[in-house]
Design a protein around this ligand. Structure first.
Ligand SMILES: [Zn+2]
Ligand SMILES: [Zn+2]
Length: 252
């Protein structure tokens, strides 16, 4: 039996350490590498047998993976190691969007160390229908979805809107559940957090961080596409307007 393939979440954590190590290999004898290996073994990503293998996320395997990441970096001219496509993607993301990727790694680490992240069960929609996850990984997606499915928070947002006379309707397409479904849809709406977790940080959600969206537009806010897996309602609205202007193909 072999150790399971590295996930984005794991590569995110390793690559953030490689960056703080000035893009040098993490050595197996360094205490930090052992701490990182312990952290990786604690993640709720791989269940069952492989976790009991002695080499599963050992300091040596973490050290080897750190070498794959740095030799996959654009512009690296030394001898290459075998990294694979995902490893290259993460190395490129850290090179081109270092601040954003470092922030994602920090949010992930703080969610793990506080225990918040480990208490959250897998959420529907944390991976795309084809099984793909965002660059920022599966666990941050899980946490973000859980954060906006908090029913008490949604109720507070709806009663706040009703009190202020703000219509409870989708901020992307103006869909109003009450108008479309009558009493069945009265005051129904989903809420979307306008900031990804690594931008907002794991702080308490404020009502002004939340936007009203219908179920369809909400899916589009979270869909992995064009290297992004988080959009604001106004970004999705722009996509809709763009597609309305574009001529439809004949017979399509
Ligand atoms: Zn909508
Ligand atoms: Zn959302």
């Amino acid at each position: 039996m072999r150790s399971p393939a590295w996930t984005r979440d794991e590569l995110l954590l390793i690559c953030s350490r490689v960056v703080t190590n000035d893009w040098r290999q993490l050595r197996a004898y360094q205490p930090g590498t052992h701490e990182l290996a312990d952290l990786l073994r604690s993640l709720p990503l791989h269940e069952g047998e492989p976790q009991r293998l002695p080499e599963f996320r050992s300091a040596t395997s973490v050290s080897r993976k750190s070498a794959d990441l740095l030799t996959s970096r654009p512009g690296y001219t030394g001898p290459a190691t075998r990294g694979g496509r995902l490893t290259r993607m993460i190395a490129v993301a850290f090179t081109e969007r270092e601040d954003e990727m470092m922030a994602a790694a920090h949010a992930l680490e703080s969610g793990i160390s506080s225990g918040d992240l480990l208490r959250i069960p897998p959420q529907p929609g944390e991976t795309d229908e084809d099984g793909a996850t965002a660059t920022e990984g599966r666990l941050l997606a899980r946490w973000a979805i859980y954060r906006e499915r908090n029913p008490a928070l949604r109720r507070r947002k709806v009663s706040d809107a009703l009190r202020r006379g703000v219509p409870v309707q989708c901020e992307v397409c103006d869909f109003h559940f009450g108008d479309a479904y009558g009493p069945l849809g009265q005051d129904y709406i989903e809420v979307h957090h306008v900031l990804p977790l690594h931008v907002s940080g794991p702080r308490e959600t404020r009502l002004e961080d939340l936007a009203f969206v219908c179920a369809n537009c909400h899916r589009m806010c979270h869909r992995s596409h064009g290297g992004m897996a988080w959009r604001t309602p106004s970004a999705v609205r722009k996509e809709m307007e763009r597609s309305r202007r574009a001529p439809r193909p004949e017979g399509g």
